[in-house]
Design a protein around this ligand. Structure first.
Ligand SMILES: C[S@@+](CC[C@H](N)C(=O)[O-])C[C@H]1O[C@@H](n2cnc3c(N)ncnc32)[C@H](O)[C@@H]1O
Ligand code: SF4
Length: 408
């Protein structure tokens, strides 16, 4: 039976599931807004949901909060403020806790940023995607590149000095020069953090059903990744995870906790959580019902839980590596032991195999992917599957990467 010596750090993820319009590439739990949103009712549901899960985290301190979506910036500052006040009356927040809110530049024309700042939000994440207006249209985005620039400037004027820009590359009709141009435009806005995602055609999206013409092939996608990574490094943004780049000291603490297999409480429609529980210190994954209407009805009761899964020793190594191997610096093996409760000997076979293939550094104290290993992340992770054939990990979606195996 797994046994942990130290309870991992705890963070709070809050899912706000509505968007103005569903983007054709997106498989997140996001729903097109139909009519006015019931902000107060949703905040009440979030608090009821939190109250229901609180006994699992009694006495622990929340290190970060992340409002993800969906489009959290559809919620007015007073709704975010009310939630944070009610949450901080129930949970201890670490002093100076990082509190991030995801923002679509098409939803902030009236500049609610001062209100978010006053509510306690101290980090923003802008879904910019590209600065090419034709490309933005092809992606079904509701904003122009000018809207994105204006939103960033308004946020800075309101006192936000810590913000991320989400970019996507390998977009329909995009060439290498355009992808580099997007990175240059983003750097010019001086964010502290840039997330740079390769567009993926996720099952059950409009793009998967009818792929748009002109999507770059795998080789060009790889060239874009390498060239953009170099340009970001020149601009002072070091890659620390597959898709994440930051200025020194500005890595996203919330996402780092996912990748280091820390604990997180997930509240809101479809939110995923991962908690280390009880005397046996077992690891529980819990997710909430996905559909907002269903969630609003059930929040605060046991039926709001969409599923519970305890991870046993056949799953823990895989889940740990799914996260840790995304980090350029990897993790200490001591962290594997502390957070799974398993001795390092249980993974000595796959570790040796990965090292022999040149996928992991020859470092006895840490698990660190090599450049080759980073190129074949899924193959490396597959080595840690207990009882499955060793092939590429099937079906890891953007939403899973973002919410149960890492995030934005
Ligand atoms: C929840 S969204 C961010 C906030 C807001 N919903 C928006 O889109 O402006 C998270 C980010 O995931 C990325 N993303 C979503 N679907 C993707 C896909 N299929 N492939 C690559 N990146 C994707 C986008 O960069 C997006 O900004
Ligand atoms: S990418 Fe963002 S704005 Fe578009 S549907 Fe997904 S969550 Fe909503």
């Amino acid at each position: 039976m797994p046994r942990m010596l130290v309870t991992p750090p705890l963070t709070l993820y809050v899912h706000l599931p509505w968007c103005v319009r569903k983007c054709p590439y997106c498989d997140f739990n996001s729903h097109e807004q139909r009519g006015p949103l019931q902000f107060n009712a949703y905040v009440d549901a979030l608090v009821a949901d939190l109250d229901h899960d609180l006994p699992m985290v009694w006495g622990r301190t929340v290190q970060t909060v992340f409002f993800g979506g969906g489009t959290p910036s559809l919620f007015p500052p007073d709704a975010i403020d009310r939630f944070l006040q009610l949450a901080s009356a129930r949970l201890r927040f670490a002093p100076g806790a990082e509190i991030t809110l995801e923002t679509n530049p098409g939803t902030v024309e009236h500049g609610p940023f001062a209100g978010y700042r006053a509510a306690g939000v101290n980090r923003l994440s802008f879904g910019v995607q590209t600065f090419d207006d034709d490309c933005l249209q092809r992606l079904g985005r509701i904003h122009s590149s000018g809207d994105a620039r204006r939103a960033v400037c308004m946020a800075r004027d309101a006192g936000f000095d810590n913000f991320n820009i989400d970019l996507m590359y390998a977009l329909p009709g995009q060439g290498l020069a355009m992808a580099l141009g997007d990175v240059d435009h983003a750097i010019a806005l001086e964010p502290t953090h840039i997330s740079h995602y390769q567009l993926t055609l996720e099952p059950n999206t409009a793009f998967a059903a009818r792929p748009p013409p002109g999507i770059p092939d795998e080789d060009l996608g790889w060239d874009m990744q390498e060239a953009c990574q170099a340009r970001l490094a020149e601009g002072g943004y070091a890659q620390y995870e597959v898709s994440a780049y930051a200025r020194p000291g500005r890595q996203c603490a919330h996402n780092l906790n996912y990748w280091q297999f820390g604990d997180y409480l997930g509240i809101g429609a479809g939110a995923h959580g991962k908690l280390t529980l009880g005397a046996q210190q077992q690891v529980l994954r819990r997710w909430k019902v996905k559909h907002p209407a269903d969630y609003l009805r059930k929040a605060g009761t046991a039926s709001a839980t969409g599923g519970d899964e305890f991870l046993d020793e056949t799953r823990l190594p895989f889940d740990f590596m799914l996260n840790a191997l995304r980090l350029n610096a990897g993790v200490p093996l001591a962290m594997f032991e502390a957070r799974t409760g398993l001795p390092r000997s249980v993974i000595s076979g796959p570790l040796a195999e990965a090292r022999a293939r040149g996928w992991l550094e020859d470092d006895a104290a840490r698990v660190v992917p090599t450049e080759l290993g980073r190129r074949f992340t899924n193959d490396v992770i597959s080595l840690f599957l207990a009882d499955k054939p060793r092939k590429a990990v099937p079906g890891i979606t953007m939403a899973q990467i973002s919410q149960s195996a890492g995030g934005h």
